[in-house]
Design a protein around this ligand. Structure first.
Ligand SMILES: [Zn+2]
Length: 364
């Protein structure tokens, strides 16, 4: 749909479908604009969230002061080069592949935290992020997940509201799939969308719990400062869908590129023990030198810099089981992967830079 429209120049929808889709877009824009403190989102059986204080202001997943380091102009709203983000309901994933030139005020910015809950990020907003502190790395990841959730929940909620009437359901079936589908298939896609949204939200809540108990080392990180003239900023959540005992489970991998005075701070992270499920993260790890002091600018050679950048930006490609990567693993990891690849019904897809699953309805 969105794709077809942009490639053929034809509008594939009739007036009623267009009207319904416009409604979804409006709902999405309204939810995003209204803002919500993501820290207040909890499961039904959880204790009430701690109170929010201060207004829900405009926040950035990557600190504004760091983004300003790569601003191309010095006028009122300078622009930077960064990865694309889903900012409207109708954007298609194809439009997100390349880097964008975006105003500093907009990149990774949204109304998703109150004053009090934003203050926990003070450490990573310092002029120089201390990359040797797991607490900082954890918080950098957590903040990216808040951003991801804010956008993702708005999309899901707009879809939920838009499909509650008989007419809405009909439009959903007509527009979310490239070919006509049965009610059963539409329901299954709708439920998958819901489950993924809930799973990612569950991950966000779990990270918040670990934040409260200061479990900074509960993620596996690699971070280093690549000595360079900072030129880009980026954040991305890689999503892998698994089925465990019939239940949908979503595992995430994270990558963040933060401009610093001396270069690019590159942070990658995943849950401990799931490294083999996230080949792309491992692929980047492979190119990231282990540093005694990650804050010491690493003057990697041109070739290494090029390789790291390439690996990072390549992530929008389908995750492949690359020979070279595979060979770099231990025998145990290789066995785990073989086992994993054999299992059916296991879905994996990259959703880098907040790209939603390609298996979900075509809105994404
Ligand atoms: Zn709050």
């Amino acid at each position: 749909m969105g794709d077809e429209e942009s490639t053929t120049g034809k509008n594939p929808y009739n007036d009623e479908q267009r009207k319904w889709l416009d409604g979804l877009k409006k709902t999405y824009d309204r939810i995003v604009a209204k803002g919500i403190c993501m820290a207040t989102i909890r499961a039904h059986d959880e204790a009430p969230a701690e109170p929010c204080e201060g207004k829900i202001g405009r926040r950035h997943a990557i600190a504004r002061r760091h983004l300003k380091l790569i601003a191309e102009r010095t006028d009122r709203d300078p622009k930077i080069r960064a990865n694309r983000e889903y900012k409207t309901f109708m954007e298609s994933s194809r439009e997100l592949e390349a880097l964008q030139l975006v105003p500093v005020s907009e990149f990774s910015a949204g109304r998703w935290a109150c004053q009090r809950h934003d203050e926990i990020f003070a450490g990573i907003d310092a002029q120089h992020i201390d990359l040797s502190e797991p607490e900082n790395l954890f918080k950098a990841v957590y903040r990216v997940v808040l951003r991801q959730n804010h956008l993702m929940l708005a999309r899901w909620n707009a879809n939920f509201m838009g499909t509650q009437t008989e007419e809405g359901w009909k439009r959903f079936k007509e527009t979310a799939f490239s070919t006509p589908v049965s009610d059963e298939k539409a329901t299954s896609a709708w439920e998958e969308w819901r489950d993924v949204a809930h799973a990612v939200m569950g991950k966000m809540r779990d990270l918040k719990r670990r934040l409260a108990s200061e479990e900074w080392n509960s993620l596996e990180y690699r971070a280093f400062l690549l000595k360079s003239k900072p030129t880009v900023a980026a954040w991305g959540c890689l999503m892998i869908h698994l089925r465990r005992n019939g239940h949908r489970h979503v595992e995430l991998g994270y990558m963040i590129v933060i401009p610093q005075h001396d270069g690019h701070a590159i942070i990658t992270a995943c849950e401990t023990g799931v490294r083999c499920l996230l080949p792309d993260i491992v692929r980047i790890h492979k190119y990231m030198p282990m540093c005694a002091n990650p804050n010491e600018p690493n003057s990697a050679g041109e070739r290494l810099k090029r390789e790291i950048s390439r690996k990072i930006w390549e992530l929008s490609d389908e995750i492949g089981m690359k020979e070279s990567l595979y060979q770099s693993w231990s025998a145990t990891e290789q066995e785990e992967v073989q086992e994993w690849m054999k299992q059916e019904r296991r879905m994996r897809q990259p959703t880098l830079f907040n790209q939603p699953s390609s298996r979900l309805p075509n809105f994404f």
